[in-house]
Design a protein around this ligand. Structure first.
Ligand code: S3P
Length: 443
């Protein structure tokens, strides 16, 4: 446990570069391992979640090294070439590593056991097991379809057409990754657009991926099995989910101004910035460009704009699925009511995020109502009182969100454990404090 304290600050200024995008980092290691030859990755997020993916790919035969120049080199074994790991794959806190690798292992004639920490072992894996089972993959899972579980893959899974029952890029990706080795074409249909990094990056690795809009507006993503992956160079852009923490802090602090350089602003990821604008925040994109197939921009945020509560259209949810905890901190400081719905997936993230946000905000003096899949926050137009010790339940984003609120609350906010921040944003405290935050260890 690493308790941390965040105190009110009146200064928050500067230019920063947040670490590489977590979703893209995971995929670059996995796909590099499935290509024959050398994939070179710059800007890889060196957080615990991504390191868990690297370790798992090594256990399955890929050679992965980090140079003193900060570049990561992956020598892949080729599609179908992964070897059976001798030891359990320790996924730590990482749902993305687990679910995507269940698909990867599912498409190989190998068996692998997956395990994780106290948060990950509570998370549902049936959503991935169900479609993969239809493809011929076998599982031995703990009660309720949870970790630890063993995946028995198939050298040639059955191609599948599958309509996603939940809006989940992890499920979509697991099916596509197993489908890479299937005979025939695998098709995933999604009604709500989720992050499309798997589709985009497979194309960069030379795989044909077809995306079609169906009559009902859903998208069909098709991949034909048996296509080889060609190694490539990947430049990982900054993570919009991580950038959201300094962006919200800047929004809430009078006179603040921050520039967050080189952030992925893929429209399936940047919902939080549109939601902040809907609250009245001064958030702009500058130098918009395309880098490595992704939309990238410098995000510039100025503090002190008057924030007014708003109702978020649930269509925005998948594009800010990981950003609700920090967005809720901004809503708590806005004047009036902010209503967010369609949030059922927040209950199965690293923690039950709806509950953890609601309880933490209540402890800080915020007036709110939590529904099964909704959150209504009544702000006063002023930061809340704070002065609470907030529980974080092994959830990095809950931890960082409340440390951001502590930058403006009247009294400091403590969190019980900042250790999970290492999973996604190892230099969070340093970067925030360099901008002007006062976040410190509690001895
Ligand atoms: C991710 C997808 C999302 C997101 C997670 C990363 C990915 O999960 O919450 O942090 O990289 O595919 P779901 O697919 O469960 O929504």
């Amino acid at each position: 446990m690493k308790p941390l304290l965040s105190k009110k600050t009146s200064y928050f200024k500067g230019a920063s570069k947040v670490p590489g995008d977590k979703s893209i980092s995971h995929r670059s290691l996995m796909f590099g391992a499935l290509a024959v030859g050398e994939t070179i990755i710059s800007g890889l997020l060196e957080g615990e979640d991504v390191l868990a993916t690297a370790q798992a790919m090594r256990q399955m035969g890929a050679e992965i090294t980090r140079g003193s120049d900060g570049l990561w080199r992956v020598h892949g074994v080729g599609l179908g070439g992964l070897k059976q790991p001798e030891e359990t794959l320790d996924m730590g806190n990482s749902g993305t590593s687990t679910r995507l690798l269940m698909g990867v292992v599912g498409g190989h004639n190998i068996e692998a056991r997956f395990d994780g920490d106290a948060s990950l072992t509570k998370r549902p894996m049936k959503r991935v097991m169900d479609p993969l089972s239809e493809m011929g993959v076998e599982f031995e899972a703990s009660e309720g379809g949870r970790l630890p579980l063993t995946v028995k893959g198939s050298a040639q899974p059955l191609a599948l057409e599958y309509r996603l029952p939940v809006a989940s890029a992890q499920v979509k990706s697991a099916i596509m990754l197993a489908g890479l080795n299937a005979r025939g074409t695998t098709c995933v249909i999604e009604e709500k657009p989720t992050r499309d990094h798997t589709e985009k990056m497979l194309k960069a690795f030379g795989v044909d991926v077809d995306v079609e809009t169906l009559d009902d507006g859903a998208q069909a993503i098709k991949v034909k099995g048996g296509q080889d992956l060609q190694p490539c160079a990947i430049d990982v852009p900054g993570d919009p989910s991580s950038a959201a923490f300094p962006a919200v802090a800047a929004t809430l602090i009078d006179g603040a101004e921050v520039r967050l350089a080189g952030i992925c602003v893929n429209d399936r990821r940047d919902g939080v910035y549109r939601a902040l604008q809907a609250l009245g925040a001064d958030v702009r994109y500058e130098h918009q460009r395309i880098e490595g197939g992704e939309d990238v921009a410098d995000i510039v945020v100025k503090g002190g704009a008057p924030l007014k509560g708003c109702t978020l259209d649930p269509v925005i949810v998948p594009s800010m699925i990981d950003e609700f905890p920090v967005f809720a901190m901004a809503a708590a400081c806005a004047e009036g009511t902010t209503y967010m719905s369609g949030l059922e997936e927040l209950r199965v993230k690293e923690s039950d995020r709806l509950l953890m946000v609601a309880e933490g905000l209540k402890a800080c003096g915020v007036n709110l109502e939590m529904g099964e899949d909704s959150l209504t926050i009544h702000g006063t137009g002023q930061p809340p009182k704070g002065g609470a010790r907030v529980e974080t339940a092994l959830d990095h984003r809950i931890a960082m969100a409340f440390l951001v609120l502590g930058c403006v609350s009247d009294e400091p906010i403590e969190i019980d454990d900042g250790a999970p921040i290492q999973t996604s944003f190892p230099n969070f405290v340093k970067l925030m404090n360099e901008l002007g935050a006062e976040i410190e260890d509690i001895k």
